[in-house]
Design a protein around this ligand. Sequence first.
Ligand code: GTP
Length: 156
Amino acid sequence: MNVFKDYYNNTVQLSFLDHPFSKNPKHVWVICRYKDKWLLTDHKERGIEFPGGKVESGETADQAAVREVMEETGAMVKKLHYIGQYKVDGRYETVIKNVYFAEIEELIPQITYYETNGPVFLKKIPGNIKRKTDFSFIMKDAVLESCLLRIKKSYV
Ligand code: GTP
């Protein structure tokens, strides 16, 4: 279990075990790869981040992951791999998120990308992301770094 503070000084617990905090988490986050690039989205308020969001009622977390990737980037998931789960103890609420790695099949241009400006491709995730104002806060804690390390070892 990794424990650290996020960008807003909230405590985050990250684990690579099988759903350690909740069997039915309400949030998902999906680290996407298309060909030889990372696929992210540009959230209108938060900035550049990997796609994700809330699990809707009647949906599994895996289904939410596939849907959110399509809504925010237009990408069709070819293969979804569960990576781990993290729990953020916020000031007002606790958020539990599944993290996935998604291999992308193809991109289909969308009429709307919902609360985002659509797909963003990056050859490399910048090392100094914490200081970059165009990146979202959810990219600015140790969740990203730890998950990328695991993904690079196993899949990329
Ligand atoms: P909406 O209802 O979609 O507007 O979401 P919200 O802004 O109420 O936030 P949400 O329920 O997704 O999360 C509540 C709080 O949890 C946020 O304000 C953050 O402080 C924190 N949080 C959510 N997701 C993450 C994340 O991926 N990483 C970190 N570090 N904190 C998160």
